[in-house]
Structures are given as C-alpha cells and as structure tokens.
Design a protein around this ligand. Sequence first.
Ligand code: AMP
Length: 584
Amino acid sequence: MGIQKKHPASWKTVPNLLNYADVVANFSWNTIRNELQGLPEGRGINIAHEAVDRHAGGPLRDHVALQWLGSDGAERAFTYDDLKRLSNRFANILKELGLGKADTVCALAGRIPELYIAALGVFKNTSVFCPLFSAFGPEPIFQRLSRGDAKLLLTTERYYRQKVSQLMGDLPLLKHVLLVDAPDHLGDDLLSLPRLMAASSDTYLIPPTGAEDIAALHFTSGTTGIPKGALHVHSAALTHYMTGKYVMDFHPEDVFWCTADPGWVTGTSYGIISPLLHGITNVVDEADFDAVRWCRILASRKVSVWYTAPTAIRRFMRMGLEPVREYDLSQLRLIHSVGEPLNPEAVLWGLKAMGLPIHDNWWQTETGGIMIANFPAIEIRPGSMGRPLPGIEAAIVKRSGKDSVTVIEADGVQGELALRPGWPSMFRGYLHDAARYRKCFLGGWYLTGDLAKRDADGYFWFVGRADDIIKTSGHMVGPFEVESVLMAHPAVAEAGVIGKPDPLIGEMVKAFVALKPGFTPSDALRLELIGFARKKLGSAVAPKEIDFTPDLPKNKAGKIMRRLLKARELGLPEGDLSTLEESE
Ligand code: AMP
C-alpha cells in the first residue's frame, strides 16, 4: 500500500531519523535547544545568530551559504562570513534610522540577495520581518503595510513607483523606504540601500533577544478572508532546526533548494532559516517557474534536497517524462512537497521521472514549521501527509459545543485536524486581532481549520479545508478525494471540485477539469470521466457535472481557488483576485 524504502543501511547518507517510534519517545525540545548555541553570555536566542553568525565564527566561515541565480544568468555566492557582515551592515542601518525591537520591516522584492540579507539584519536588530509577495497589487500591499504597522519598507525602484508611491499618504507609520537599486538617495525618506550599506559598519552586537521576542509577521494568503497577520518568535528556530534535521534530513554536504517565494511563510522558514541553521548551501533562483530551467538547476547546482509544491510537480507532469530524464539528477536524494494536497499520481511521478518518490508534508502559516510529514527513511503512503513530527501531538477532533472538542479516537473517521499547543514555532497571535487568535483554540487544542483522517498506523490524510467540504445527499464529500480520482484518469491534468447548491440534494459535486495536451473536450470524454469517477468513488461521491476549462484558477501560492470556481459558477462577485495566478 505504501512505498517502502530501500534499507537505510544501503543509503549513501544515513537518515537522521531512522526509527520514528524511538525518536518520538525520546524527544525533548531541550535537547534541540542544546544543539543550537544561544547568544554569548546567556543573552538569549536570536534566529540570525543561530543561522549565520554561529557558523561564520567556526569552520563553516567560508562555506557557501547562499547560492543565488539571477533570472538574467548572473550568479552570486555568499559565504557564511559574507552573510554575517552584510546582515550586520543592514542591522546597523535599521538602528541608525531609529528602528528597534518589535518595529515592523516589510520587504517587497523578488528573490534577490538583498531580501535575504535584510531578513537576517532585521532578526539581528530584534525588529520584525514581514515579507510581501512581489506579485501583489497595491491593494493587498496597502492592507499588509497598514495592518502590519510597517515602519520601513525594502523594495525596488520599479515596485515603489508601480505599487507603493500612491499609498504613502495613507501610511503615516511608514517612515522610510529603502530602494535596493537606487544608486543615490531620492529623498529624505526614500533612501538608497547601496549607499547606506557602503557607509555602515560590518560589525554589530546583537542585543539580548528573548525566546518570545517577535521575529516575523506572516500574513496568510487571504484565500480565507481578510489577511491575518500571524506573529512568530525567535525560538521558532528550534522547530526550523528540528524539521530541517528530521524531515529535510539535512547533512553538512547538502545543497538545498526551496522553490517557495519568501513572500510566503515557506519561503522564509525553509527558504531562509532552516537550511542556514544547518550550515548548508541554500540555492535561490530569482526566476519564475520553468520546467526546463528547473531541471537544469537541479542538475547543474547538484541539488541534493529539493522542497517544492504540488502545482510545480503537476506542471512537470504535463511535460512528460522524457525531457526530465535527459538531466543527470544523480545528486538528488530527497524531494519534498507542501502547500496543498499532493495526489498519489504525483508521488509516483517522482519515482518514474526522477527516480525518487515525493515526500508530502503539512503545515500552515500559523504553525510556523512542518508539523506532519512523510519521513525520508520511512514508508511513504501516497496521498497521505505523513505522521506528526517528534514533539508534535496531532489529533482528529470534533467540535462539541461552544467551548469543547471531542477527540475522535477511531481510525479513518473524518474530523478537524488539531494540534496540542506549545511547539516553539506556533504563532503567538494575530496582530491586532486577539479575538480571532483565541477562537483558534478550544479545549486545549489548536484547531487548524483543515479536515483530515488518521489511519491505523498514525498517517494523516488531508480531506479539505473545513470550509470547502461538500455535503451531498447528507454525505460529506472531500473535494480532494474526488480531484485525486479524476487526476488518475490519463486525460486529466488538473481538477478542481466544488459543492454546487442543489435544491434536492443540498449540494451537487461539480468538477472543473483541465485536460492534458492531446485531449480535447467532448461530451463523450465528459461521460467517460463521470463513469470513471463513479466507478472509483460510488455514485454518492462522484461528480454529477463536469466542465472543461483550459486552466484552473490558482493563487500565487499555487493553490487551486475553489472559492473562485464556486463564485464563477454561481455568478457571485469574485472578490480579491490579486493572489490569482495568470493562466499559462
Ligand atoms: P498557508 O497558511 O497559506 O501555508 O496554507 C496552509 C494550508 O494549506 C493548510 O491549512 C492546508 O489547508 C493546506 N496545506 C498545506 N500543506 C498541505 C498538504 N501537504 N496537503 C494538503 N493541504 C495542505
């Protein structure tokens, strides 16, 4: 039923987690804390010290920390020592501009080196790093700058002119804009980063940093309403380190590539912090998705651990196997995926195309780091998110009354995925929204808003968002289940499933399907797909209607926007579309 791994003893690299039960039983966050260093003289714990300065002061000083690939073919490599000195300069700039502890610094820039240096400098200065996705339009940028109380924005001249300058009058707290590509200052508060960097010192003493000091502010993607700003603390580094060790399975010689944009939480927790905590080389590609370019990067940069997302994998799948097989991916030893359901076909595609299965893992902005994963040394169950991390207690619960939840002990029963609060990277609040934060906790659990099931061996299976679930003829149907089955049909590239209100059966399961190249929409194919799904799912669950569409709408994080499919289907207003992916 699952994908068994070769015996770990035969692996070139022995995995950090060999025996799940043992590691879970003996786990303690104190032990993880002791694998980090802490600021000298007991002055606390600071993410940037653990990620950079600690290595720069030891044998990894000249090891490449950041391997940057520009979209125009340029390349830059930064050692741990380079990163230490550059982030010191940035921290000094913040200090001189009067920014300190708890002041929010936003970054609206693509995947450019300055963004990574700034993030580390912000952590050093105990200010709060808040990345913004550079493809946002002015409205979501405004919401985040203003809800986030941004005091300083790091951006480029182009983004400033296109998206920010017109907002400045309504952002009284935003005192400074640093332009990464302006050779000279353009005004009192519109400053040239290169000039300031050149003039500032490359030594900096990190101030005392409490484990509970706020380090980052991540706005959730906005598919579930107005953006919520999740606050994360410096001790989150313990989760980033621990998951780097047990899920990513980092080893000193690794070259890691996380394809997520730092505008989203994955791009910060795993695109910046986790690999640096482990002192390895972190690849950053400035360009957008391009399957051929990505194959070339995997091969030429000798990437050994790759963290990507289902949408990217599905795009690869469309390309077919042959183009991928042309590349020498012999250095690659682990592929991980996150962010949305990873269909079993995608897991198996990894095996066929790259010789490696894809390991799905689950977490969300609020959890700050990976909570559930398919571990490298352990059987993968395709379609499952895996098992909880050591130190993480997960359960399937049912809300029972206003103030309590009941834990569902039985296997295979659908309920809400809940986590026992207390892991270090758990969000500490929604900025300015204490009530919303409190509502996330019930009966001693943090409720994730996701629906899932757990099997007899403790693997968790994603069903859907609590608000995406379909009720049809009294039966609960998870859209993901239906989409997975449709995707198993050879003609289907992608599928999105919604509940369409129906006067007779409550909601009818409706599917929107994008076909693979070489297939054309027809009534015959529609009937075939309905029959195929009915056979696999039963008539109560299978879609009753299928619409063909050239492409499914996705947000910038690559998630299929069922919300939008539903709105379009019902002729309702489409809402904020700024996170929508343009069609290919
Ligand atoms: P975000 O906070 O934007 O990172 O989105 C988190 C949400 O993405 C989760 O609550 C899930 O609904 C979804 N998600 C993340 N990882 C997975 C996964 N491996 N499988 C299914 N859904 C996922």
